[in-house]
Design a protein around this ligand. Structure first.
Ligand SMILES: [Zn+2]
Length: 371
């Protein structure tokens, strides 16, 4: 293992942060895996998982069991970790700009017109050419802010990975993941090994998120190029939500780290006996089919359904009680699916998002991710 550090742009005189990465396995294997955690800073269930994963990778490396390079970034957002304000972490948004740390990533798909001209008839060679174009773009890019330099540092570590795993957590949530339709067959085993209760698919959720800057480029190129210029999939990417923010325990994090190791063994990245695939707990569903619930009024929020519960159409999910009029407003589900995440607060303002239930029928359009 070797530890590397990328210095971030200093936002103010006298302050410096860095993005630290740990590199395992051979760098010349032709295969690379990139795993990071806590892009929204205080996502500690994911962070603890990478701590335990790092210990395991160290052992496996000593045993000579790694077939590929594995890059691990346990603290993907040191900027957000510095935003401890009035007793609370505010890790989702950059306080300086108001930007979500997992939006506004430089979109590799803007390279498509240039790539179109450069590609030839050899698929493997085409992958190399596209990666060269990305590397040149990243080398030229000049970040203006610490936020931009953090995003650029992550992309420099990950752009040439074959597999990108971005570990987050939600507020109160079941284990669930997001990936593209095209990559689903490759990540279905990960969903099984992690025991995901929901797997949500979208090709382009419109959020300019970290995972999609990787996957969209290759998908867009594949759609745009004629058969005479074949484009393989350079990178597949997945976002994993390691349950809710308070689900921090050795037992759960160990199970998740083991699930990732099992997946890497399945991919033959790690030489270990491949664990038989556990059952898929829930079929993948379109992200556009998930129902997002909002508070129609303000009041005390009472949850009527459990996280991970299978919900029927018409089932009561939330009550909002007005403490002055004593009136109760009940919010019911319009879809049948799994309640995979909900807010952690218990008093809501009008219009506040409350939670989400999966659905098999796509009905939402436009940007599919929340703020
Ligand atoms: Zn997150």
């Amino acid at each position: 293992m070797n530890r590397q550090s990328i210095p971030l742009l200093s936002p103010a005189i006298g302050t410096h942060r860095e993005l630290v990465s740990f590199h395992f396995g051979p760098t010349n294997s032709g295969q690379k895996i990139y795993i990071q955690s806590s892009l929204h800073a205080d996502e500690t269930p994911a962070m603890l998982t990478t701590v335990l994963l790092k210990r395991r990778l160290l052992e496996l490396e000593k045993q000579g069991a790694l077939n590929a390079e594995i890059v691990l970034v346990p603290v993907a957002n040191p900027v957000g970790l510095g935003q401890y304000v009035l007793g609370q972490f505010l890790g989702r948004f950059d306080l300086g700009s108001g930007k979500n740390f997992n939006r506004h990533f430089l979109q590799f798909s803007k390279l498509v017109p240039r790539a179109k001209d450069a590609l030839g008839s050899d698929a493997t060679e085409n992958r190399r050419i596209v990666r060269e174009l990305i590397a040149a773009e990243l080398a030229e890019h000049k970040p203006l802010t610490e936020f931009e330099s953090l995003q650029l540092a992550m992309l420099k570590l990950s752009f040439d990975a074959d597999v990108v795993i971005d570990l987050h957590c939600s507020l109160e949530a079941a284990m669930h993941l997001y990936t593209s339709e095209a990559a689903w067959p490759e990540f279905e085993p990960l969903s099984r090994y992690l025991g995901a209760e929901a797997s949500l698919l979208a090709t382009n959720s419109g959020g300019e998120s970290f995972d999609e800057t990787h996957s969209l480029l290759w998908w867009t190129l594949q759609q745009a190029m004629p058969a005479s210029k074949p484009v393989p999939t350079g990178t597949i990417a997945v976002t994993v939500e390691c349950r809710g923010q308070r689900d921090v325990s050795y037992e759960v994090a160990q199970r998740d780290a083991d699930g990732i190791v099992d997946y890497l063994a399945w991919r033959n990245v790690i030489r270990l006996d491949v664990r038989p695939l556990p059952p898929l707990l829930a079929p993948a569903t379109p992200l556009a089919g998930s129902e997002q619930f909002y508070a129609p009024v303000s009041g005390i929020l009472i949850h009527r359904a459990k996280i991970g519960e299978t919900i029927c159409v018409g089932q009561a999910l939330f009550d909002i009680v007005d403490p002055l009029t004593d009136e109760t407003t009940t919010i019911t589900s319009n879809t049948e699916g799994v309640l995979y995440m909900r807010r952690a607060i218990r008093f809501v303002t009008a219009g506040a998002p409350l939670g989400r239930v999966t659905g098999t029928r796509p009905f939402r359009t436009g940007v599919l991710l929340g703020a």
